[in-house]
Write a protein that binds this ligand. Sequence first.
Ligand code: PMP
Ligand code: GLN
Length: 375
Amino acid sequence: MSKLPNIITSIFTIMSKMAAEYNAINLSQGFPNFPVDERLTNIVANLAKKDVHQYLPMAGYPSLLSKIAVLVHNSYGRILQPETEILVTAGATQGIFATIQALVDTEDEVIILEPSYDCYEAPVLLSNAKPVRIALNDDYTTNWETIEKACSSKTKMIIINNPHNPTGKILTITDFEALEKLLRKFPNITLLSDEVYEYITFEEKHISAHTRSALLKRCIVVSSFGKTFHITGWKVGYLVAPEHLMKEIKKVHQFLVFSVNSLSQVAISDYLDIVSVQEISSMYQEKRDYFRQLLKNSRFKLMTCEGTYFQVASYSAISNENDLDFCKRLIMEHGVAAIPISTFYADAKDLHLIRFCFAKDNATLEEAAKRLCSI
Ligand code: PMP
Ligand code: GLN
């Protein structure tokens, strides 16, 4: 008997493993391959010799909580109470899990927008609740009318992911107005806003739920230092939630991890004194533009990318295979790994779309593009 009969090994694990086996360039799982800021690695090296190796307080290193409050204030103008409204988590994944476990109950419904990143469904199912998947429009805009039709007294939570993995779509003011109108009609729905790519948007600025006063009392915002500081392996993120929700989330958090690893928290806290998050978008915008330029003469058709470090591409001009088979062949025959987009849907669709991660040094992007242009 399995509690999660339909949950299989994550596609990110599968494709990265296969990339390693075939010595392919790994543009599948999302992680940067360029060096981490030397200032951060120096902080870690010096800290490791100090007294930072024992448990920190359950909700997070107090100095880090205060600095997150400053970061959120500087980025979005929102004033937070560090002790009651912020929780440091073992990556965004654990924050999302703790939130759903704490707030979603048996037979509740949770709205998940498709295509969807993979970490929302399992915690909903483990709560004996029902994921209700609603498709984004063909251009990946959000259909608020369809969402509203799906809402009822059973709906406990709506999950948004902005900027969106895998499509790179970002929400507009009009989206937030529609969302807020919908939430006014359903006062019992809580919003979970996964904003792990908040500092990676391009032509248009990221609009955070932090800036929408109507949402603050009923919204949990999820962030990830893994994405923001190019340290995905550290698995440190944080949640911001109003005190009455955070109290419940902390009850779960204390028995999932109790507290997040000390060295990382102290290092990030020190690093926040000297780093600016404002340069991240321009660095990734250059990478996005360079990668797109390199693929200009390929047979891949590149979709719009407004944010995140992912580029979705259609291979319809190259092959009729389904996207999983195509990705496997791409690794085995051409030495490049990507993610099949159908895996972001509950029912696999024949979309002929794959996702490349462009958070890579230029030499990697150039070699990958050379291989992709030869197909
Ligand atoms: N949400 C989204 C949309 C993501 O892409 C990721 C990372 N791939 C996460 C959550 C999880 O972030 P973390 O690594 O901090 O757990
Ligand atoms: N979020 C990363 C991606 O979308 C993967 C994280 C993971 O491997 N769990 O590629």
